[in-house]
Write a new protein. Sequence first.
Length: 64
Amino acid sequence: MMIPVRCFTCGTVIGNEWEEFKERAREGEEDPEAVLDELGVDRHCCRRMLVSHEDLVDVVSPYQ
């Protein structure tokens, strides 16, 4: 589904970082670790939320 607005563990707002992270890291342009460092995502729980997220909106939307 869509990226959660807040980290499930610590409650830090991370939803605003998703688009830039996806564009830079998922496209293979840059190392995901370097992108997260530049975005200021320091906690490992927040990093997990961004790295492990799979955007399924396009897959699920036809069935609604």
